[in-house]
Design a protein around this ligand. Structure first.
Ligand SMILES: Cc1cc2nc3c(=O)[nH]c(=O)nc-3n(C[C@H](O)[C@H](O)[C@H](O)COP(=O)(O)OP(=O)(O)OC[C@H]3O[C@@H](n4cnc5c(N)ncnc54)[C@H](O)[C@@H]3O)c2cc1C
Length: 335
């Protein structure tokens, strides 16, 4: 298989590089580099979103009619890889990469008209209200009550681990509207205005000192039924659809690949035992693939990695990234 970039792919890559060179200030690059998980500094992230929005690149995966880009998978790959290489801050995923897709699929026309354009500009900034103190991995055990009262649902309970709850002006969340036989039934997907009376937020301090996650308390908070996405009691359907974008559908692999390359570069530059290097990496025998033509394949399935300190301790074993241990999502074509 001969995997090479087409001239139009290369032209697009150059266009992205030029844009990033021009628009990424040292402060924005610094924020991207200091990112410890999926979130950049909130202010820098919003500033970068504004710049991307001006260029029409804030939400490339959205449908064209709502402001997305009609990109091929290769272009998504190129954009993500180049952005990471240049040190661009990440955009908050909760609005653009998550709830927007649920609104496009299940929202009313009014909801689409109000939220989508404002998510793009950053005017509406979402947090995610799923987890509860007694409902984490077992999300369907959630119990935050939403009682039907005329035009509103009245919500009482608590959400936890809510990232950016203090910065967000809206929350998308799951609430319990009925206790049916099956716990996945009776859940409703709602959009909650974070300025509503009855909401209190307590930051959770991490061992790093950061206060990104929070616990949010709701005391008889009124949520208009016009803010329900999909049908009352059928929020699990909306949540499952959103999960396709939360845990997939995005182009995380290119950014992770860049980070893996940076770690590899650092480790291979370090002296190891016996005058060698801490880590050595080379394409496996018989491979004609180069990093440029098949980066994912090269990284995970056509590369042998020796970890000398382990090899010295157990001479009979050689640690190798084998085909059988590679992640299922790794494919030779860019994604
Ligand atoms: C950095 C960060 C940001 C987050 N941001 C948000 C957010 O914005 N919004 C939000 O709603 N949530 C958020 N979460 C919560 C997260 O997505 C999970 O829902 C939550 O961390 C899991 O719940 P828990 O902590 O109660 O763990 P538990 O569900 O109690 O699980 C604890 C451990 O037990 C294991 N376990 C659980 N059930 C079983 C089982 N049946 N069999 C075997 N093992 C099991 C789990 O794998 C885990 O190792 C965030 C979490 C983190 C770490």
């Amino acid at each position: 298989m001969d995997l090479v970039w087409s001239p139009t792919d290369i032209a697009f890559r150059d266009e992205v590089r030029t844009f990033l060179d021009e628009k990424l200030t040292p402060e924005l690059r610094r924020s991207g580099r200091l990112m410890t998980s999926v979130y950049s500094d909130h202010g820098a992230s919003l500033e970068w979103q504004r710049i991307l929005h001006e260029r029409g690149w804030a939400a490339p995966a959205w449908p064209l009619e709502h402001g997305g880009c009609d990109w091929s998978l290769t272009r998504h790959y190129v954009f993500s890889r180049e952005s990471t290489l240049a040190g661009a801050p990440s955009l908050s995923p909760m609005g653009i990469r998550m709830v927007a897709h649920a609104i496009v699929k299940y929202g009313t026309q009014n909801q689409k008209d109000y939220f989508l354009s404002r998510i793009l500009t950053g005017e509406v900034f979402f947090c995610q209200g799923y987890s509860e103190p007694e409902a984490g991995s077992d999300l369907a055990a959630l119990s935050m009550a939403a009682v039907d009262d005329g035009d509103d649902l009245v919500c009482t309970g608590s959400k936890i681990w809510t990232t950016h709850a203090r910065e967000a002006n809206w929350m998308f969340g799951l609430v319990r509207t009925s206790r049916a036989a099956k716990k996945q039934q009776g859940i409703t997907f709602v959009l909650i205005d974070m300025t509503s009376p009855g909401i209190q937020i307590r930051p959770l301090v991490m061992t790093s000192g950061e206060e990104i996650q929070n616990q949010v308390f709701f005391d008889e908070v009124r949520v208009p039924k016009t803010n329900v996405i999909g049908d009352v009691d059928d929020g699990w359907t909306v949540a499952k659809y959103l999960l396709e974008f939360e845990r997939g559908g995005g182009a995380s692999a290119p950014a992770l690949q860049v980070m893996a390359e940076e770690v590899t570069a650092a480790a291979t530059a370090q002296p190891g035992p016996d005058g060698g290097r801490l880590m050595t990496v080379r394409p496996s025998r018989g491979s004609s693939l180069t990093p440029a033509s098949a980066p994912m394949c090269w990284r995970f399935s056509n590369t042998e990695c020796w970890l000398p300190w382990r090899a010295a301790a157990t001479p009979a074993r050689r640690h190798r990234c084998s085909r059988s241990s590679r992640p299922n999502s790794v494919r030779p074509s860019p994604n």
